[in-house]
Design a protein around this ligand. Structure first.
Ligand code: 5RP
Length: 219
């Protein structure tokens, strides 16, 4: 089965968490796009959505779904998003699409965070996927040197600016054995806006599309 079909299966499974009258937090990427397209089918029974990127906001609007400001909504009952990697503890690497900052805000503001992905994203140890770090442009060199001290190899994402006007350093060669500790350490480097490690606030549920159906973690 193609990975995209497995992503769609995971998105379909996430629809079971959408309740009448909800304002739904929506992530970014190809898996989240499947979820947005499915939300269009129930738009009359939800009160709107909060988007984690300009791209997702536009896709929601194109489907006639109201896009709301998180400040006006407060706590999100549900946030659904994809991931670049997930471990069995539901800790994630995110930011392959560059939307990590707003994704982390939405995840932190949510009561329930459902991560949807194809099963290839499940790993024992995070770090094979380069860890995205959003950085204030002036601090690029400083942050890169600190990342090297921690054993990583930061590479500037070429020609890319985030929705917030910042750059991204993709950090290669990290074997993330202690995700919460590393997230805390990286958050303390001046100039770091957001680290694409979602360990302090992991997903509550992973829904992984596979050739034999959707696997749920925890079962
Ligand atoms: C965007 C993300 C995405 O969730 C992540 O890159 C996964 O993308 P896809 O669903 O296309 O595989 O974090 O910033």
């Amino acid at each position: 089965m193609e990975p995209d079909q497995m992503k769609k299966m995971a998105a379909e499974a996430a629809m079971a968490y959408v309740e009448n009258g909800m304002i739904v937090g929506v992530g970014t990427g190809s898996t989240a796009n499947h979820f947005i397209d499915l939300l269009a089918g129930v738009r009359s029974r939800i009160d709107g959505a909060v988007a984690s990127s300009e791209a997702s906001a536009q896709r929601l609007r194109d489907h006639g779904i109201a896009v709301l400001d998180l400040n006006a909504v407060g706590t999100l009952p549900l946030y659904v998003d994809g991931a670049d990697e997930a471990n069995p503890y539901r800790q994630l690497i995110k930011g392959g699409g560059g939307a990590l900052t707003r994704e982390k805000i939405a995840a932190a503001a949510s009561e329930k965070f459902i991560c949807i992905a194809d099963e290839s994203k499940l790993v024992d140890v995070l770090g094979r996927f380069p860890l995205p770090v959003e950085v204030i442009p002036m601090a690029r060199g400083l942050v890169a040197r600190e990342l090297v001290k921690l054993g990583g190899q930061p590479i500037l994402r070429q020609g890319f600016t985030t929705d917030n006007g910042h750059i991204i350093l993709d950090v290669h060669n990290l074997e993330i054995l202690e995700p919460i500790t590393l997230e805390t350490q990286l958050n303390q480097i001046p100039g770091v806006v957001t680290v694409g490690l979602f360990a302090q606030r992991p997903a509550d549920v992973l829904l992984l599309g596979s050739g034999t159906g959707v696997k749920r973690v925890p079962m």
